[in-house]
Design a binder for this molecule. Structure first.
Ligand SMILES: [Zn+2]
Length: 139
């Protein structure tokens, strides 16, 4: 079966199959913890089960995989050339659900922060984490 993804991108995507304690999420957790921010994980009662929840800062964080959550304009979001329609539907329904969850959370008074996985890669990582921390403390 032909696949447009090069090997690197594909294995990256495959490693992003949604699960708890994925590496990008761990990066965010460790960083915030080191900054003294305490949080709970995967609060089932909240819409979309946010990855991190900080009551003190009234903030929830989602660490989103670029492929599964359809990161617009991102090099890691490439719809496969096989079963294209199926993938499009799958990802667009995830994006729709995400938006609905964010909307509901905001309505409940939460600050909703999204961290895209690509922004944790390489040189961008430090800036992404610093920005995240800023939003926590200013939010
Ligand atoms: Zn991305």
């Amino acid at each position: 079966m032909a696949d447009v993804h090069d090997k690197k991108t594909r294995s990256y995507n495959m490693s992003r199959i949604r699960g708890k304690d994925t590496a990008p999420e761990m990066i965010v957790r460790k960083f915030l913890f080191s900054k003294g921010i305490r949080y709970r994980l995967h609060q089932k009662k909240l819409p979309g089960k946010p990855d991190l929840v900080s009551k003190k800062y009234n903030t929830v964080v989602f660490v989103n995989g670029c492929f599964w959550h359809g990161h617009e304009g991102c090099r890691y979001f490439v719809i496969p050339k096989t079963r294209t329609e199926w993938w499009k539907n799958k990802i667009s329904s995830t994006v729709t659900k995400d938006k609905e969850n964010y909307r509901r959370l905001k309505k409940m008074g939460w600050q909703v922060l999204i961290v895209w996985e690509c922004s944790l890669r390489g040189e961008k990582r430090n800036m992404t984490l610093e920005n995240l921390f800023q939003k926590f403390t200013n939010g």
